[in-house]
Structure formats: C-alpha cells, structure tokens
Ligand binder design. Structure first.
Ligand SMILES: NC(=O)c1ccc[n+]([C@@H]2O[C@H](COP(=O)([O-])OP(=O)(O)OC[C@H]3O[C@@H](n4cnc5c(N)ncnc54)[C@H](O)[C@@H]3O)[C@@H](O)[C@H]2O)c1
Ligand SMILES: O=c1ccn([C@@H]2O[C@H](COP(=O)(O)OP(=O)(O)O[C@H]3OC[C@@H](O)[C@H](O)[C@H]3O)[C@@H](O)[C@H]2O)c(=O)[nH]1
Length: 385
C-alpha cells in the first residue's frame, strides 16, 4: 500500500543526508526509516557502532538504502556534495552532554554553532530542506524560578510552561559556562530562522525535551571513557549496574520531563514526511505527563532495575553530591522543563504515548541485557580494562 502523508498525498521516496546518524537519536531514526519507509539515508558521522546492525550484512532487507560516510563535518569537503544529492538534510551532530559545557566550552560552542554553519549555508544555497536539532535548553530557566520561593505564582503554568513562540530564553551569567551550549544552539536557531526569512530556506527546528532509551550515551569504562560523565540516564544506569549509590547533584531537586525515544522518533518521521506542515516551524518534542524531580527519577530507576535484574537494591541507593564536585566550576541548571504541545499537536497531530514507568522498564531491561555481564567482568578483572 502506498504511504500517504497527513493530507492524503502519496509520499515519494526521498534521499536524506543525516549528519550525526551514528548517535543515540540518529540510530533510532535510521532504524525507523529503514524498517518502515522507502527512503534512503546517507548516514554521516565519525562513529558507526550504534548503526552497525543496520549496515551489515548485505542481506538486510534495506541493503542499498543506507550508506555510511565516515566524516567530520568540521573539515571535510565531501559534505556539500552529500547535501546536494539529498532532498533533505537532518543535522544531529553536536556535543550535547552537560559535563562538557563548562569544562570544554570552546568545543561546545564550535560544535553547536560554528560547525553547523556550513550545513545551513549549503542547504540555503542549494535550496534543500533542513531539519535542525536544537534543544529544550534554549529556554534555560523558567520565569517562575526567579519568583520568591513561597510565591503562589510559581504554581501558575504561565510562569513555567515552555512555549516555542512566546517563552523567553533565560540563561545565567557568562561565568556560568553551562549555558555555552544553550547559547550556541539559540544562535544557530536564530541564524536558520533568518535564512528562512531572508533567503527562503525551508527549515524545521526540533527542540527535544530529554529523549531517553536504549543506546543513549555510554557506560563509563565499558563502551566509553572510565572518567567520562554521560547524561543522567547513563550515569544512573552505570551506578545501578555497578551497585553503587546514584549521585544526586545539588539534592536532585531539578525537574525534567522524560520521553521515550520511540515516541519522539514518530514525531520526527511526521516532520520528514509532511514538509508543508513542518516547514517554518520550531517544535517542542517532549512528554509533559512524565515530569519528575531527579531524585524521583533515581528512586524509580532503582525500583525498576531491581525488578528487571532480580537483584535487591543496595542499602543506601542515593548519595548527595555538589554540582561543583560532580561537574566542576561554572555548572548551573535548568530548574523545570515542561513543553507546551500546542504547535506540534496542531501541525502534526502528534502526542507521546509511553509512561515513565514503561519506558524505564524497557530501557533498563536493555541496559541490563547489554551491560551486566561486561560490568561483572570489568569488576572481577579491573586491570583488563
Ligand atoms: N537526546 C536528547 O534528549 C537531546 C535533547 C536535546 C537536544 N538534543 C540534540 O539532538 C541531537 C542529537 O543528540 P543525541 O542525543 O543523539 O546525541 P549523540 O551524542 O548521541 O549524537 C550526536 C552524534 O553526532 C556526531 N558528531 C558530533 N560532531 C560531529 C562532527 N563534527 N562530524 C560528524 N559527526 C559528528 C557524534 O559522533 C554523535 O554520533 C544533538 O544536536 C543534541 O543537541 C538531544
Ligand atoms: O549522575 C547524575 C547525572 C545528572 N544529574 C542531574 O540530572 C539532571 C539531568 O541531567 P542530564 O545529564 O540528563 O542533562 P540535562 O537534562 O541537564 O541537559 C540535557 O538536556 C537536553 C539536551 O540538550 C542535552 O542532552 C542536555 O543538555 C540534571 O539536573 C543533572 O544535574 C544527577 O543528579 N546525577
């Protein structure tokens, strides 16, 4: 049966240049495009470990529809050719782990702003559509966080719900280098928006709100550096796998809404296949119903991991740590992140489905299956690693 878009028109197969295809989101998007659509992907990244299962062997049903191009977009002249021969470019490439924002601010700013410039330029000059991945961090802190602690206005959604077209972007001072990432992402959003307004670039900007699931980041000492600090899902998974307490930064009071990667990928596919509805828009993509504090997340993950691993939780499952100790000087945090869903509902009719309990169960089942044995061996023979 022919695939049709939301307006009932047939969807023609397209070629997609996906930059950062070897990362967490890219790997899930490639999987979806291969298994459910006729589109072709030119997968650009410096790594391909997370998409190896889609590239080999040649007998896979989608063989010929995905090609891996190992290149660093910082300095590779092949990039323009790949964009030129595609119908759509999706840019996912970025340094996007908070531990880097204050410790490697230059790399963070270059990666999220300077390195994205040629991508925008080639799309604009060659009249190619661009879907660019920004972040919910562009909102920074909520207006409510500046109100007195006991102010009743803090309960009013007007002071904390994040809306694409009306919420301000509120960052800390320049010394708080945490915001180097958000600021670089904000400026590239503004540049893309201006390319649309002045030069007719056909664009969509995605603001992911804490997408989580299998293949996110790495487990330190197993498939990433021992001293590396990934995002919270992988940090807490690592602690659970090693039977260590989960570290709560500054009391674990910050709030996040987490969305299952598979729900979020559905939204991206709708953007890819409905350009008339997606172009010119900035979309929040998150699950407003899955809000927890980081402390609650730690408690839920401890409970779910115990269920999927069959092991009792350790006696003191969490430990408090200061942000200075954990991330170093210059760290700061977003207090609360609830996405407004009006625009994506209206344009694409999309809603997330998976509860936090369910997504943690499938994700931690994956983490346990993938890493428990390797961790056991690493603990038994520390010198081998
Ligand atoms: N996962 C989330 O919840 C989340 C939230 C907000 C924003 N985002 C944004 O979504 C995008 C993808 O995030 P992710 O979670 O998949 O991260 P990720 O780190 O898993 O993926 C990024 C990929 O880009 C590649 N890359 C980086 N620099 C490159 C370069 N110079 N040349 C070629 N490849 C390069 C990396 O090797 C990596 O595979 C990022 O732009 C990120 O800022 C993600
Ligand atoms: O071990 C840990 C790790 C993290 N945390 C806390 O958990 C919260 C979430 O941390 P994450 O590492 O997932 O990152 P954040 O949600 O702060 O930022 C993320 O947001 C959206 C994206 O742009 C990026 O992927 C990243 O910047 C923060 O408050 C952090 O301080 C812990 O308490 N303990």
């Amino acid at each position: 049966m022919a695939r049709v878009d939301l307006d009932g028109n047939a969807i023609n197969p397209m070629t997609i240049c996906m930059i950062g295809a070897g990362g967490f989101i890219g790997s899930h998007l490639c999987e979806k495009l291969m298994s459910e659509t006729p589109h072709t992907v030119l997968a650009v990244d410096v790594y391909n470990d997370k998409i190896k299962h889609l590239l080999e062997p040649d007998s896979l049903p989608w063989a010929g529809r995905i090609q891996f191009h190992r290149l660093n977009i910082k300095n590779d002249s092949r990039l323009e050719g790949l964009i030129k021969c595609s119908d759509l470019t999706i840019n996912l490439a970025a340094i996007c782990t908070p531990a880097d924002y204050n410790t490697r601010p230059l790399d963070t700013i270059y990666s999220n702003f300077i390195d994205a410039l040629p991508v925008v330029k080639y799309c604009s000059e060659n009249n190619k559509r661009l879907i660019h991945f920004s972040t919910c961090e562009v909102y920074g802190k909520t207006i409510g966080s500046y109100l007195p602690k006991d102010s009743p206005l803090r309960q009013d959604p007007a002071y904390y719900i994040l809306k694409e077209d009306t919420s301000p972007c509120i960052f800390g001072s320049v010394e708080k280098q945490r915001w180097s990432y958000a600021c670089a992402k904000q400026l590239i959003e503004r540049l893309i928006y201006a390319e649309g307004a002045e030069n007719g670039l056909e664009f969509t900007i995605v603001r992911p709100f804490n997408w989580i699931g299998p293949r996110m980041d790495f487990i330190p000492g197993i498939d990433g550096p021992s001293e590396g600090v990934p995002r919270v899902l992988a940090c807490f998974s690592n602690n659970l796998l090693r039977r260590e307490p989960l570290k709560l930064v500054d009391g674990g009071e910050s709030q996040r809404t987490f969305i299952y990667i598979k729900d979020a990928i559905e939204a991206v596919l709708l953007m890819i296949e409905n350009p008339a509805r997606a172009s010119g828009h900035i979309f929040n993509v998150g699950n407003p119903h899955n809000e927890v504090t980081v402390r609650q997340l730690a408690e839920m993950m401890t409970q779910v991991y115990s269920k999927v691993s069959g092991e009792d939780a350790i006696e003191s499952p969490t430990i408090d740590v200061s942000s200075k100790e954990f991330y170093g000087e210059g760290y700061d945090d977003s207090d609360k992140r609830i996405p407004d869903m009006t625009i994506i509902n209206k344009q694409l009719g999309w809603n997330p489905k998976t509860s936090l309990w369910d997504l943690l169960e499938s994700t931690l089942t994956y983490q346990h299956r993938t890493y428990a044995e390797a961790i056991k061996q690493a603990i038994a023979k520390p010198s081998a690693n």
